[in-house]
Write a protein that binds this ligand. Structure first.
Ligand code: ADP
Length: 262
């Protein structure tokens, strides 16, 4: 990759924190939503951009699929959510089940509009990126220059290999990696209480150490978490063990934010 091109692009004034993963299905959208909620609970005025343009899931995760965003001066007004985090997503514009099959320029245009919405004094914006290291990610990194990136991976080897590619994309573009989050780590059986590790355990933390990037924490594989997410009530807004896991991770991101611009 030609990093010279990346470094000449303009930088958004408000901070953007990219949440990325090397592959889909590792819980990147779930983590983005709950990280934003936990940061808001901690007193940050955050906004959430659903940059997974072709597969938007934030409206569902926040239970606002039927809400239409307003517009003023040709700019979108983000949708307020019960969990206290405003979101901007094409998911509230395109009916569920309808394909969003847009080509590169349209995707880039949509991303610009979401980032350029009426965010008031929200800072930072959390960006839920599409999985992988393709066009949208590259445009995002080149044009919008996020202040930092959070990488989500499961403990699985394959997910970790892909996560390393995502890390490399940001590293080459000079975007600091805030750290790695291990999702779906360990499953506590609700019947016998025994913890098992369907995807292995500790792989992401070991990988983070090897790569010299901070480890931000792990989120257990949790039936409650999935049920709450499906119901449109982010678990980080509640009081259970899942909320505690997100609170701990958000605390580390909060420390990074304070050290990098306040
Ligand atoms: P991605 O954005 O990486 O594609 P999602 O956030 O959409 O992944 O998550 C994929 C599926 O896995 C969703 O059904 C979600 O509810 C579920 N999920 C994510 N994290 C967890 C977890 N820690 N425990 C249980 N289910 C999870």
């Amino acid at each position: 990759m030609d990093t010279r091109v990346l470094h000449t692009s303009s930088r958004a004034q408000r901070r953007l924190i990219a949440v990325a993963s090397g592959k889909g299905g590792v819980g990147k959208s779930t983590v983005s939503a709950n990280l934003a909620v936990a940061l808001a609970r901690g007193g940050r005025k955050v906004g959430l951009v659903d940059a997974d343009i072709s597969g938007p899931s934030q409206p569902r995760l926040f239970g606002v699929e039927d809400r239409k965003p307003g517009a003023r001066d040709n700019k979108m007004i983000p949708v307020e959510t019960p969990a206290g985090v405003p979101i901007a997503s094409v998911g509230v514009l395109v009916p569920a089940g309808q394909a969003i099959a847009w080509r590169g320029p349209m995707l880039a245009n949509a991303l610009n509009q979401l980032i350029d919405a009426h965010w008031g004094n929200a800072d930072p914006l959390i960006l839920d990126l599409p999985p992988g290291t393709g066009d949208v990610q590259l445009t995002m990194v080149q044009k919008h220059r996020p202040s930092g990136a959070v990488i989500v991976s499961t403990p699985q080897d394959l997910a970790l290999i892909d996560a390393r590619r995502a890390i490399d994309l940001f590293a080459k573009a000079g975007v600091p990696i805030i750290g790695l989050i291990e999702n779906m780590a360990g499953y506590a059986c609700p019947h016998c209480g025994e913890t098992s590790d369907p995807f292995g355990s500790g792989g992401a933390e070991a990988d983070a150490a090897r790569l010299g990037i901070p480890f931000l924490g792990r989120i257990p594989l949790s039936r409650e978490l999935r049920a709450a997410s499906d119901a449109g009530t982010p678990p980080a807004a509640g009081n259970g063990p899942d909320a505690a896991a997100f609170e701990e991770i958000a605390g580390r991101v909060d420390v990074w934010l304070t050290a990098n611009g306040g």
